[in-house]
Ligand binder design. Structure first.
Ligand SMILES: NC(=O)c1ccc[n+]([C@@H]2O[C@H](COP(=O)([O-])OP(=O)(O)OC[C@H]3O[C@@H](n4cnc5c(N)ncnc54)[C@H](O)[C@@H]3O)[C@@H](O)[C@H]2O)c1
Length: 310
């Protein structure tokens, strides 16, 4: 039986991933400090194949002993996003980088699946698509910690790394700070959206496809190991203003989009991404941007107002 250790398994990606892995018959252990409440994994707690350890991933002894008893490690715990890392710089370095370095040091035969952000591509060249061979030049502390960790992970043999596009869609721990989720929220709930650096380009991927991609890599590990893959929707390379216009069209409401001139995007992503490599390995995303936006609308109809909605 596959025994999988997921750090940060109560988070946005982790709670969906763990649910799917339990449905697939895997045995899953989660280490999570539960920064955003236990609610997101409540539905798994009764399952005999699921175990929650409510601890900090910076506890080295704990992590070392858990690595020994699991055969696949998926380290998701971290301070996620540029603003959070800027606010808590030491903790970001410890959790996002030092912990991964420690896991790598203690891995023997175990497999590791690591999720980097494609924000590492920083500012791309005009009209050029970034692929896995493109230089990583992250700008934010978040991007730097993620790319430095990827460098550690690829020192191993048994790894698969994903460089994720900006993730969108509903999860048990909801994140309304992510671009599609955020724009849809504002255009639907507030009926207005202000956009800075509207021509910055981004690539997107539905959270269900992130989960499908990870499970695909577990099922096809011997073929995929030792590789880094961009994971995004090939038909969703859009500028921020194109995205906002698309959302407004799908919502069919009279919301207002305003461009702001003198504000900078802290994470400076501006690039288009090629996802051809993973497609050549046989993985195709199944959830479109349109479907994700429609699903978000249904979620937001019944959701209360979010206080810190960036
Ligand atoms: N969501 C995205 O768009 C995206 C894109 C690329 C990569 N990733 C990576 O995927 C991973 C998960 O991201 P997410 O969106 O689910 O974030 P999230 O913030 O929802 O989840 C992070 C989880 O880690 C836990 N955590 C944080 N510090 C911890 C600590 N010291 N000890 C124990 N638990 C701790 C939190 O409680 C939380 O449940 C991260 O490594 C992130 O860098 C996410």
């Amino acid at each position: 039986m596959k025994k999988i250790l997921v750090t940060g398994g109560a988070g946005y990606i982790g709670s969906k991933l763990c649910t799917e892995m339990i449905n697939n018959g895997y045995k899953v252990t989660v280490v999570d400090r539960l920064d955003y409440s236990q609610h997101s994994i409540n539905h798994l707690l009764h399952n005999k194949n699921f175990k929650l350890i409510k601890r900090d991933v910076r506890e080295k002894k704990l992590i070392k002993s858990l690595i020994r008893t699991h055969n696949i490690i998926i380290p998701l715990a971290g301070l996620v996003g540029a603003p959070l890392c800027e606010k808590n710089q030491n903790e970001a370095k410890e959790t996002n980088y030092e912990c991964i370095k420690y896991i790598v040091k203690n891995i023997k035969k175990q497999k590791i699946i690591y999720l980097n952000t494609n924000s590492g591509y920083g500012i791309g060249e005009k009209n050029k698509y970034c692929d896995e061979k493109s230089e990583l030049k992250p700008i934010s502390l978040y991007g730097i910690t993620k790319c430095e960790s990827e460098k550690e992970v690829i020192k191993l043999k048994n790894y698969v790394c994903f460089r994720l596009a900006t993730v969108f869609g509903y999860s048990y721990r909801m994140r309304t700070d992510l671009l599609v989720n955020n724009f849809t929220y504002k255009l639907f709930k507030n009926k207005k959206l202000s956009i800075f650096e509207p021509h910055f380009r981004r690539n997107f991927i539905n959270i269900n496809d992130v989960v499908r991609g990870i499970i695909f890599s577990i099922d096809n590990f011997s073929k995929m190991r030792g590789n880094i893959f961009n994971l995004g929707l090939s038909d969703a390379n859009l500028t921020k203003i194109q995205l906002a216009t698309k959302i407004k069209k799908i919502l069919k409401n009279k919301s207002k989009i305003k461009k702001i001139k003198n504000r900078k995007d802290p994470d400076k992503r501006d690039y288009f991404v090629s996802n051809k490599k993973i497609e050549k390995f046989g993985f195709k995303p199944a959830y479109s941007l349109e479907d994700g936006i429609k699903e978000l609308k249904e979620i937001y109809i019944n959701m209360g107002n979010v206080k810190n909605n960036y």
